[in-house]
Design a binder for this molecule. Structure first.
Ligand code: PLP
Length: 315
């Protein structure tokens, strides 16, 4: 069943033409957002309306207990000017898994995918030209039960909003291996995208920045030996002629950029290995001169190079 989406257009566009030249990441929002509500076992009120505040009481369980999940993907303009979404079905699948893990209802395909397409169409003017950036799309779902009893949520809101973003040029980042903190652990939520994962990782990121690094290189939670991710990105190493990345163990986020990088490299006949990589192995290949490159992969930055002193200082 495809629910009708009502569209309430904003009267004036806030489109900052000049700002397209120097887009900051994630703080300029397009004119509209998709908004849907879930209650009494059903999704209702699907609408596209002007981007703006939602009014909620402070007692809602999303705020009290962290019932909140999100996704991140991009729309691009092709050279011909057509609008395209990058692998949105993958994000929908992952969003469903995130919702399920937090005992939340997940929006059906017509709201998540068709709603997203419609929203991107309504705000088409907000997607930069192919060489000037892309439109970052943020679907999110949070529980709005006005009740502080700890139990699975029964009412939710689902929102999609978008931000035009510039191409991401960054200097190589320097990473600090975290031995005090872990991002994920077996049986936890490391392989999905709940809001709380990010909050729980922030102190380690701040400590790394205080020590002069850009972000954290995360090790596994059990043995603190195996490399998992860097910051909020998947990680790749080029050792001699082989590209290696940690295999998906349940504590690593299965990134869509990660999957795309692996697929493209294999198409190009590069050798790619998905396997456990210990920090000791990386130190060894670095010292032996076999470590050619190290980079992170994720939707926001796409590919982010790590500097050569990546991974070699412990906290
Ligand atoms: C979202 C995310 C990624 C990257 O996933 P993409 O689908 O490539 O954007 C990597 N690691 C973590 C922890 C994430 O939350």
């Amino acid at each position: 069943m495809r629910r009708p989406i009502s569209i309430h257009r904003s009267e004036v566009s806030r489109l900052p033409q000049a700002a397209f030249d120097h887009l900051p990441f994630g703080s300029i929002f397009s004119d509209h957002m998709l908004f849907a509500t879930y209650g009494n076992g059903a999704w209702t009120h699907v609408e596209i309306r002007p981007y703006g505040p939602v009014s909620l009481p402070p007692s809602i369980n999303a705020l009290q207990y962290g019932f909140s999940v999100f996704e991140g993907l991009k729309a691009y303009r092709t050279v011909q000017g057509r609008l395209v979404l990058f692998r949105p079905r993958e994000n929908w699948g992952r969003f469903q898994r995130s919702c399920e893990r937090l005992a939340l209802p997940s929006p059906p395909e017509d709201i998540f995918l068709d709603g997203m397409q419609e929203l991107v169409r309504v705000d088409a003017a907000w997607t930069p030209q192919w060489d000037a950036g892309s439109l970052y799309i943020r679907p999110c779902l949070y529980a709005v039960d006005e009740n502080i009893t700890v139990r699975p949520p029964s009412s939710c809101q689902f929102v999609i909003f978008t931000c035009p973003v510039g191409p991401y040029y960054a200097l190589p980042v320097n990473l600090l291996v975290s031995t005090d903190y872990v991002r994920a652990f077996p049986g936890g939520t490391g392989d999905i995208k709940p809001a709380g994962n990010y909050a729980a990782a922030m102190l380690a990121a701040r400590r790394a920045q205080e020590a002069g690094y850009d972000n954290v290189l995360w090790l596994d939670g059990k043995e603190r030996r195996y490399i998992e991710e860097c910051g909020v990105m998947n990680i790749f190493f080029v050792i001699e002629n082989t590209v290696v990345t940690p295999n998906l163990t349940g504590t690593i986020l299965p990134g869509i950029t990660r999957d795309s990088v692996i697929t493209l490299l294999r198409d190009m006949h590069c050798r790619v290995e998905e396997r456990p990589i210990s920090i000791a192995e990386i130190v060894e290949v670095y010292e032996g001169g076999a470590l050619r490159e190290c980079f992170g992969a994720g939707t926001a930055a796409t590919i982010l190079h790590a500097g050569t002193n990546c991974a070699f200082v412990k906290s």
